[in-house]
Design a protein around this ligand. Sequence first.
Ligand SMILES: [Mn+2]
Length: 427
Amino acid sequence: MRIQKEQIEDHNRKTAKSHSDGLSNLHRHMDQKKISFEAVVQRLSDFQVAIPSWSLGAGGTRFGRFPMGGEPGSLEQKIEDVGLLHSLNRSSGAISLHIPWDIPENTDAIKALAREHDIVFDAVNSNTFQDQPGQKHSYKFGSLSHTDADVREQAIAHNLEVIHHGEALGSKAITIWLADGSNFPGQQNFRQALRRTFESLESIYSQMPADWKMLVEYKPFEPNFYSMVVPDWGTSFLLATKLGDRAKSLVDLGHHLPNTNIEQIAAILMNEGKLGGFHFNDSKYGDDDLTTGSINPYQLFLIFNELLDEPDGPSGPWSQISWMIDASHNIKDPLEDLLQSVEGIKTALAQALLVDRAALQDARGANDAVMAQQILEDAFRTDVRSLLRESRIQKGAAADPLGLYRALEMRKALIRERGRDSVATGL
Ligand SMILES: [Mn+2]
């Protein structure tokens, strides 16, 4: 399934008039605030968010799963789906693989296919939260933190194998999310579990290629409900700091307790040069994996506002961050949801780019809380949709990606091609 260049051009012509009206209003508004229109459009065009391979099929809960039909049944088809998204929005030019769900059978062919779709391979993800068929030791009671050295060795070897697959594809990072923890008070010695985890991570880190980074993800609960070995950003920061320069913390928006000030966490990690990656999603109660920006768009804006509060450059802190969506859904067409998620992320980024930073600095210096709040809200309440549309049109993407996806009846075409019963691998 491919989208032709002509289909996008034809679609964009139809919306040209209303687009230029909206754009000239915004252009005037930005001129008044002395914010460069061209620079913001460029920044939005450049921004790429990796799509995780597990988000392309219907997700599910432990109560049930409702497949969409036409789901990608192989790694090749997953890359084609990301290619489809990327041709619609030109902002999804990377895929993040999950091993062992996505082990390439023919690395060269996979790389060639990705190149055809203009897709690169972002961070690879290891999996020690479930047992695989034929596996010698079980991860029921943990992996890198396990009390048994043989289990830890097996988990270390798995992570090295993941790095090995990633290297062959051109990835430069491994994300380690550890499900280890305990379900009942007394079950686990906190100190010893943390020490064992550090030693296991150290073993992986020392064998990682020199140009790779390790992203240490954290999560307060689930699948363990009393304690997690890496429950919060502090523990992740501690581990990453002890490991070395190439180990960084990874912030997953859904991995916080309700009302946590995530923007402040992002600011602290960035200040210390330890923010290595971001997983986007949204949540109402816990790790809900809802569409990014659908529940709390102001929080997302405030996070970008913090991330942009650093001087930028080719090797600046911003350029060190791996961006990825981490969500999978039970009821939506996953491709439509991903288009919405990317739009939600870029909307928040665009609004944060409109913050009058000099005025904000002055207001803070004068302890003018009213004006500081006003400056942020002025940016947040700006309708940036025409700005996003313009950044897409300039890049050869569809003015309205979701609209074109629907107009071309892409899901129907995928079902025709792959069948109604095709289910995404790995979920
Ligand atoms: Mn995550």
